[in-house]
Design a protein around this ligand. Sequence first.
Ligand SMILES: [Fe+2]
Length: 210
Amino acid sequence: MNYIQADSLLTSLAPPGSAFVEHSRVVAEVATKIASALAEGRDGIDIEQIRVNALLHDLGRARTHGNYHGWVGYAMLRHRGFADAGRGCITHWLRGLTIDEVLTMSGARPKFIKRVFEELDLPRMRVEDIVISVADFSVAHTTIVSLEARAEDLGLRYGNSAWLARNAELAGEHRSRIERWSGRAFTQIIPEASRGAGHIVVPDFIKNKS
Ligand SMILES: [Fe+2]
């Protein structure tokens, strides 16, 4: 599946006016820039595959905004014969956590989580998973900010939890890996990622809810 096909699939499955579609496009833009920076010094970076995975990472939100939207998105793509394009749905959710960490912090059913780990060969994170992890953690709604600002924003919205803290920590480790691999500071690749939480623009419909 190429990016244009992925975008048509996303718009055809998302309910009209879904905010996650624009969020996903920004995440895909950020992921593309990171992937391009990595591709300068490294073979085997499939930029198109990374763009597609990044664009579709939140597809499950077409059905549910619950904790399992990652799994739902992956299952929607696998059902259509595009399991490879759905890896980002799972890895932006589980982000390289070990199976024990997932079970302790999420309360998910062990049998289900075991199956997910086996099917996607987790917790091993591929380069594309690392890129999507950082790209997604850099985008609050549609605003690109630092990982720290994004964690602060999520903490304010959903409360600080062990899950969030560990995810923020892993996203930070992934950012360091990208810096090591590319030989560049992350803010040289994505200058907007130096911005603080004050830059985040909250869409009206979210503001109006609270
Ligand atoms: Fe996202």
